[in-house]
Design a protein around this ligand. Sequence first.
Ligand code: TA6
Length: 315
Amino acid sequence: MDRSHKPSALTPSTTGPQPSVHSEQGRVIASLPTGDSVEVLLYGATVTSWKHNGRENLWVSEAAKLDGSKPVRGGVPVVFPCFGPPPKDHATGGLPQHGFARNSTWEYLGKSSSESGKLASGGDDGVKLDFGLSSAQLSEEAKKAWPYDFALVYSVTLGKDGLQTMLNVQNKGDKSFEFQMLLHTYFRVDSITKVTINGLGSTTYIDKVLNATEHQQSNPSLQITGETDRVYKSIKQDTTSILQDGKPRLDVIRDNLEDTVVWNPWIEKAKGMGDFEPNDGYKNMVCVEVGAVNGWQKLESGDTFEGGMIVKSHL
Ligand code: TA6
């Protein structure tokens, strides 16, 4: 599948101080000479930290399981091959909510600093970390539930001007399969009541708080004033912006993905999740999740799909 719009990757410099990468205790940590850093757990290939200018941009619950016993509550869980509880009558019907990618152990494939292209604003120092997951690495249970031959390569690129994550999906088998993908990013915010989300105006969304009914957002800005669980579909504008106190904080740029989910559990749902700590942590997080979740992507034998995001911090 061609990528309709390909914001370019990063172009790390080849001279001067280089990025550092090391792996320990099931995670890979990369940092730039600027001090920016990213941490990725092999479990779920979950980005659990992205620091830019000394500031953490991701939210991770204090009760998040990081031992592989359950998907990480926070950071950037990778959702594949299904989003949400899969339809029982679909090929993914036997899989858990949000699929197996986020609760499988991925392989660290290595780093590279030879990316062509530049992150939008011309960032030239960066390092790309690649992680792989294929059918052979799945649990027997997952393999039985979804018996397709596939290979995923998830690239996490730390750049001077942002973080880029891309999921490459290959159909290695002789039969086509359908999938959904989503990057379930938990962004850290100072105060949810002072957050505005722009870029979703006049877009159709499914409101999962209102029995999954369809709505059209008339207002160009979204404020979070209660439990929010919206699946925006076929969004025209590539960038969804998170503002704090009216000032730009984070830009989330979709790459070959048309949908975005906005989620905040608010008070009751936060209390109801055993791995969501502190209970009032909903005040300091918002999920803006880019994906292809409206319907299914069909991948023919031998074909490849690629989609992801670039996130830029304004602080
Ligand atoms: O992306 C929003 C959502 O689908 C919500 O409906 C909520 O279920 C959230 O994901 C968290 O799901 P999880 O399986 O991680 O508890």
